[in-house]
Design a protein around this ligand. Structure first.
Ligand SMILES: Cc1cc2nc3c(=O)[nH]c(=O)nc-3n(C[C@H](O)[C@H](O)[C@H](O)COP(=O)(O)OP(=O)(O)OC[C@H]3O[C@@H](n4cnc5c(N)ncnc54)[C@H](O)[C@@H]3O)c2cc1C
Length: 486
């Protein structure tokens, strides 16, 4: 195993010591070292906000891309390509000379020694920091039933979205082939678990796919016969949007052919169906293609940091940070985005963006505080983090969405136009905005979907993983056997 040590030198024990060394031009000629974990909204916006700061930033992430998660469902249903919502982090940061990007999964953070350990394949890196910003996000939660994941993939990564794309389109393909009526019905029944924004968007798109896009493409089956079920243990759809918008969403889903089943708790998932418990008792829905859009669980790095700092963890594994987003006893360590538990703030992109920018400003302010010109620190230093709610929105179908902005409640076409504008603004890069707009025109004005490719490699990989059994978890771990170079 190769171990690379990046800038290894023990960081100062207290941030003021870091401030002092940097106020003097970085002590022994070394600039303040900021390490950022994660290239999602929190990590990327932290790094970009430090563009003009007198620091070196090392961004470590386990993928080479920045992922725009809110549009994953469009990759899964063939509207967008993965490249459009997951541009290369390295490319985004190419002009930011004080930043560098390292690929690797962070496996350890040593708060006492100020180091971060990351690995990819047989390469391990240890990176020292003066300030650390942890933005490792959250994964899917199956509420203690992780074995459901094999049969009902979640939607958290590009891999998830491509896996779901394969399952959705292949279900129609297989339904065209099979002779058995029961089997065909099972293949044409799609179940989406979780009636939050992701579940609603996913169910809406599968319904539009079957009713509009695929309508004239098959000869034996009629894709419009597909049953799309959206179910949730809760009693409402889009609960966080309030009753009135929730009711509008249910009405619109009904119009486009989505069956909404509420108060229905999933108690079992297997290859060919899903077991549900509701007021009527236990029942089974026969369905090959299931999507899990319920529940999140914060990155395990939260537990690791909590153990070392004494911070608390909530039920979803989020770490209880101080009002300035730092860890108790570690003012040099910020945690932002989906990983934090603070005043019931929601796990949304804006929280990560604002948290990342805030952490960057705090780091700059701490350094400036010790500089000869103390005015640079402004009045930012030590101010607690304040979240500004900019509203939420969810699409239901083409030209129809719901949105809340302050006290404003919008639905229908106006909300959809707003959704369109906001998403275009946040997609990174002009070329991606342009191609996304073209693909939206193809799908929303026309009936097409430009990104329906499913490769044989994907199917072989899934079969191979299946053969490895339920306990196998795919990770980029070192290859087994002797290192061929030795
Ligand atoms: C399907 C879906 C739809 C959504 N829709 C919306 C929406 O419409 N509006 C909205 O506001 N929010 C939405 N969200 C939520 C929003 O995407 C998140 O709140 C936001 O991405 C959180 O940002 P983050 O930086 O905390 O985490 P993420 O964006 O998840 O980024 C985490 C980063 O950390 C990296 N990472 C994780 N673990 C490690 C490790 N051990 N080592 C190295 N790197 C690691 C990941 O690779 C990733 O780069 C949606 C989320 C999903 C999944």
């Amino acid at each position: 195993m190769l171990i690379a040590e990046h800038l290894i030198s023990k960081g100062p024990e207290d941030p003021d010591a870091a401030d002092r060394s940097n106020a003097q031009g970085g002590g022994a000629g070394r600039r303040h070292q900021v390490v950022v974990i994660g290239s999602g909204f929190g990590g990327l916006f932290t790094t970009q906000a430090l563009k003009r700061a007198d620091v070196d930033v090392t961004l470590i992430a386990k993928t080479t891309h920045h992922l725009f998660q809110p549009l994953l469902y469009q990759v899964a249903t063939g509207i967008l390509s993965e490249g459009e919502i997951a541009p290369s982090t390295r490319e985004i940061l190419r002009r930011q000379r004080n930043s560098r990007v390292l690929l690797g999964e962070v496996t350890d953070v040593d708060l006492a020694n100020h180091t971060v350990t990351s690995t990819v394949l047989d390469q391990t890196s240890v990176t020292a920091y003066d300030s650390l910003v942890v933005a490792a996000g959250a994964g899917q939660s199956y509420f203690g039933n992780d074995h459901f994941a094999r049969f009902a993939p979640g939607m958290k990564s590009i891999d998830d979205a491509l896996e779901l794309r394969g399952r959705i389109f292949s279900s129609f393909e297989m339904a065209e082939l099979v002779e058995d009526e029961e089997q065909r019905t099972r293949l044409l029944t799609f179940v989406v678990v979780g009636a939050g924004p992701t579940g609603v968007e996913m169910a809406g798109q599968i319904a539009e796919l079957s009713h509009r896009t695929l309508r004239h493409e098959f000869r034996r089956i009629d894709p419009r016969q597909a049953r799309v079920i959206l179910l949730d243990a809760a009693s409402s759809v889009l609960g966080s949007f309030g009753d009135s918008l929730g009711a509008k969403a249910v009405a619109r889903l009904g119009q486009i052919g989505v069956e909404v089943q509420l108060g229905a708790k999933v108690v079992g998932v297997d290859r060919t169906g899903i077991e549900v418990e509701d007021a009527q008792g236990r029942r089974r829905i026969e369905s090959v293609c299931k999507v899990w859009a319920a529940g999140v669980s914060a990155s395990p790095l939260g537990a690791l940091l909590a153990k070392q700092s004494g911070a608390g963890l909530d039920r979803a594994g989020r770490i209880e940070v101080l009002p300035d987003l730092t860890l108790p006893g570690h003012p040099e360590v910020f945690v932002v985005g989906d990983m934090i538990a603070l005043d019931g703030l929601p796990g949304v992109a804006q929280l990560a963006i604002q948290g990342g920018r805030y952490a960057a400003r705090q780091i700059e302010a701490r350094l400036a505080r010790k500089s000869p010109d103390r005015r640079q620190a402004g009045n930012v230093y030590g101010q607690p983090f304040e979240y500004h709610d900019k509203g939420s929105m969810a699409t239901i179908s083409r030209f129809s969405a719901v949105a809340t902005i302050g006290r404003l409640r919008l639905s229908g076409f106006t909300a959809w136009l707003m959704w369109l504008a906001v998403h275009l603004v946040y997609i990174i890069g002009f070329k991606h905005r342009l191609t996304t707009l073209l693909h939206w025109a193809v799908s929303f004005v026309g009936r097409g979907r430009s990104e329906r490719t499913v490769t044989q490699q994907q199917i072989f990989a899934r079969q191979a993983i299946d053969q490895l059994g339920e306990d196998f978890t795919p990770t980029l771990s070192p290859r087994p056997g002797p290192d061929p170079r030795t």
